[in-house]
Design a protein around this ligand. Sequence first.
Ligand SMILES: *Cc1c(COP(=O)(O)O)cnc(C)c1O
Length: 372
Amino acid sequence: MEENVNKTILITQSSMPPYEEYIEMIKPLWESHWLTNMGNLHKELEESLKKYLDVPELSLMVNGHTSLELALQMFDFPEGSEVITSPFTFISTTHAIVRNRLKPVFCDIKASDGTIDEDKIENLISDKTVAILPIHVYGNICNVEKIQQIADKYDLKVIYDAAHAFGIKCNGIGVGNFGDASIFSFHATKVFNTIEGGAVAIKERRLYEKLYNLKNFGIRGEELIVGVGCNAKMNEFAAAMGICNMRHMDEAISGRQQVDEIYRSRFENTKGIRLFDRREDADKNFAYFPIVVEDDYPISRNELYDKLKENKIFSRKYFYPLTADQACFRNKYKDVSLEVARYVSDRILTIPIYEKLSEEDANRIADIICGK
Ligand SMILES: *Cc1c(COP(=O)(O)O)cnc(C)c1O
């Protein structure tokens, strides 16, 4: 008992396949010496992810951030064009826009689920707007129907940051099918990991070819460079990790679901702890467990964060501050009211959830939050 009370619990723990399984998978590399450059494991993982995510085309990448940068770059938007996005996200989303020499136009979010407020998008459109970049934050799926309507009306591209939405289907449609492109992250901290990795889902072969050039220096032959590109290839060791982890996805998700169910039942009647709504027509991957610490909770979000930490439980103020409020972006872009986003960001806390988090530990965390 004593031991358990003092145990450190981190926000997440990366899923890993059995050691022997991974070793079996990488063994052939000592024969082939083919360690990267679209090897067999890269090809195998790309194909199986395409099936799993149920998307027409998918390009594997070295990480989620580069996937975002290249997904934006493949549309050749004029420099200085505007991209409407949400500031309630990991900093990567905003960095990808700015590093493409595009201007983020921040849009407020909905308090109900943390996704971009589709009713506030249209007001932000100018003659410089070229795209909308919404985030399926915590795996909460955006109002993809309304966003597509707006994009069609104004002839805008839609690129989804689906880093949190791995494997989710909405009305039976893989989430990577919405918009013109969706990016996924396979970082060690995500539901599905390749240690570091990511992918861009697109609809046309033409864009697959374009991404291929962008991720491999534009090389199309020993003496032929067809375009300017960078190096964003996933290596064989990462792909091997992905192939192994793919085999255990069901266990990974159901382990997380058990934790999610414990938390949900424990917080149902906890005054001041609010949970986000989730689309009923979308399934869940239980990637995160965000709680909104409302003003009628006995202590503030920051105090709860500290209280958990005193008990060696490490939660995250994820996402606080808003990306728009970070020193590198503050007061630089269009001044838009982000009232709801600031409200949520000031009260948000994500608490530990991962496949192997025990029932006992989940209840210990819930005890602290419920004030037991
Ligand atoms: C993790 C993440 C990224 C970046 O992915 P990496 O694989 O870490 O580069 C981008 N956007 C969001 C919302 C993320 O959570």
